[in-house]
Design a protein around this ligand. Structure first.
Ligand code: HEM
Length: 193
């Protein structure tokens, strides 16, 4: 039984699938953590949670860059013939927008810590010091990036919600292969559609 790592014209390979789910969990988890950490009354706990949020944010950014590279170097599986024409046009657009938000939400977070006048260093998982982006620190810049980061995160979650609803429709209403192909590729022995 051969493991399918790369995408084929009809199926996602293991690397695309693993990156999809790792990033999905991280993106949604980061959103929840972000909302929680700014609402916690204990300053000490909030500080700790913000450091975790920064660490996972840099991990997310790294994984998204790997994912975009992998996507550019692989074929994109086309949707099965049974998918309606409107969805055939809408899905690639939503996917492209999801790629954009996956990238710019962590980047806007990096911009936010870079312009902060508090100058708390970013040390992902206590491993190394992440340099700041070359942006001038000021209260006004911090206020701008804080609002931008939060709004972009909300746009990302709204798009993800739309995307999840569409995926669940395929799984439970249409019962076609679209959901299943993001769970596992066919094993080498099975026919590929
Ligand atoms: C429970 C959550 C999720 C479910 C059930 C889900 C399901 C799916 C499915 C079934 C596909 C394959 C569509 C196709 O065959 O064309 C897909 C693709 C995709 N998903 Fe998700 N997804 C989830 C969360 C997310 C999140 C949070 C993001 C981004 C923040 C995301 C980004 C993407 C992207 C960009 C693609 C297109 C992959 C490509 O063709 O390169 N997904 N998802």
């Amino acid at each position: 039984m051969a493991l399918l790592f790369r995408n084929t014209p009809t199926h996602y390979g293991w690397i695309a699938i693993l990156l999809h789910w790792l990033i999905a969990v991280l993106f949604i988890g980061q959103f929840a953590l972000g909302l929680a950490m700014v609402r916690i009354s204990s300053q000490r706990t909030a500080f700790e949670l913000i450091q975790w949020h920064k660490s996972f944010g840099f991990l997310l950014l790294g994984l998204v860059l790997v994912r975009i590279g992998w996507r550019l170097g692989n074929v994109r599986p086309t949707l099965p013939e049974t998918v309606a024409p409107l969805e055939r046009r809408a899905a690639p657009l939503v996917h492209a927008l999801l790629y954009v938000v996956q990238l710019i939400v962590p980047l806007s977070g990096w911009a936010l810590v870079s312009v902060s006048v508090l100058e708390v260093p970013s040390v992902p998982f206590d491993l190394f010091v992440m340099p700041n982006l070359p942006l001038g620190a000021s209260d006004a810049a911090e206020a701008f990036w804080s609002v931008a980061h939060e709004w972009l995160a909300w746009v990302g979650i709204a798009l993800a919600a739309l995307h999840i609803l569409a995926a669940l429709r395929h799984r439970f209403l249409l019962r076609d292969s679209v959901f299943q192909r993001m769970i596992a590729p066919p094993s080498g022995d099975e026919p590929r559609e």
